[in-house]
Design a protein around this ligand. Sequence first.
Ligand code: GLV
Ligand code: MN
Ligand code: MN
Length: 429
Amino acid sequence: MPFRLLFVFLFLGCATLFAQKLKVNQDRLENRIMELAKFGLQENGETERVAFSDADIAAQQWTIQKLKDLGLQVHIDFAGNIIAKREGKKPALKPISFGSHIDRVPNGGNYDGCVGSMASLEVLEVLNENKIKTKHPLEIIIFSNEEGGVMGSRAIAGHLGKSALSVVNSTGYSMGEGIMRLGGDTTRIAEVARKKDEIAAFLELHIEQGGTLEKENIQIGIVEGIVGLKWWEVEFTGFANHAGTTPMNSRQDALLAAAKFIIAVNEVTTSFKGAQVGTVGEIQAEPGAPNVIPGKVITSLEIRDLSSDVIAQVYEAIKTKGEEIAKASDVQIEFRALDTTADPAIMTSAIQDAIGASAEKLGLTTKRLPSGAGHDAQDMAMIAPTGMIFVPSKGGISHSPKEFTSAVDMANGAYVLLQTILTLDKNLN
Ligand code: GLV
Ligand code: MN
Ligand code: MN
C-alpha cells in the first residue's frame, strides 16, 4: 500500500534524523571540567583535592547540586559515594550505571576521573534535552576516594574490609574518618554492597593516562583489562645518632638502607619478564635534620600487573632483597601490606563490542588496549558486566598538573558513553 509505505519511510527518516541530532555539548562539558578544576586551586597554581580534604567535600557538594539540577534523585551512600538515579520506563529492570571519581592525587590534574564524572552529567543533559527516557533506570555513581585505594567501589563490590578504614592518606585523615567527613557512616558500610548482577551494566569513561592513543592517532580506546595493584608500607629502623661524631663504619643509617632498597625495587621488578611495574613513590625520614643520622624511614611500595600471581612473585623477590639489604646495613625492615588492594579485572567482551560499535557508528577510530592505571571499574567488574572507554591523554601524562585532554576528545568520549548506554538499554533485559 503506497500511502502506508510512504508513512513508514517518513517515520524511519524522522527516527534517523532524530538519532543523528543527539549531540553532546562540547562547550558545556569543557566548562564543567574547568568549573570543577577550581575546587582546591591554590595561589601557587597547584590544585590539592585529595579525598576527604575540604576541597574534595566542596567539589562533592557542587556535583550533588548539578545532579539535582538534572532532575535526579541524589544521595550520599554510607561509603561516601554520590549516587544519582533516574527512573526508567521499566522500573523493574536493573539499572545501567556509569560514573567515575572527582578526588585527585596530591598536585594532580584536571582530567583524571573528572572527565568521566562530568561526561556522565553531560549524558543526562542530552537525554533530558531530547526527552529520552530509557527502558532501564540509569544511575550515576561518583565514587569516593578512588585515588587512595578505590574505596567507594570496593564498598559497593562488598570488599572494603575493616582494616582498610585505618589507612591514612596525605590529608592526615584515615578512610574511616574520611567516610564520616563525606557524609557516610562507617558502621553501615556493609549496606552499600550490591549483590552480583544487581546492576545490568557498568560503564566508566576515563582519560587513557598513557600515550598509546595519541601516538597512534586513535580517538577512542576500548579497555580490555585493568591491572591489579597492591601497596605496602616499608619501615626501616636504625639508630638516630650524631652525624659528626659517629664514624662511618658504626652507623645504623635507616635512610641509606632505604636508598639501596629503592634501587633494588627497580632492579628486581625489571628482572622479571613481562610488563609488571614496581614503584617507591613516598618516603619519610626521621628525625629529618642535616646533622642527625636518620633512625627511622618509612617508604611506600606499589606493584602492578594484570596477574595477581606475578604481583605476588615480584613482592616475594623484593622482600627477600630488602631483608638482605637491611641485614647488611644493620637495620630492621618490616613490610606492612595496606588494605588498598585492587585485583586485576577483565572487561566484559560484549560491552567491549558495544563500545566499539557505538564509536564506529559515530565515525570514531578505536583500539583495544589494557589499562596500567587502576580504576573503580575494576571493582565494579566483580559484581556487574563492565566496560571502560578511554580518550587520549596529551603526551601520555597524568597524575600531574600537566595532564590534558582536548575538549573534542572529551566530547567524543561522552558521545560514545551516551551511545553505548542507549545500545545497552536496547539490547539488555
Ligand atoms: C589510580 O589512578 C591509579 O592508577 O593509581
Ligand atoms: Mn582515575
Ligand atoms: Mn588517578
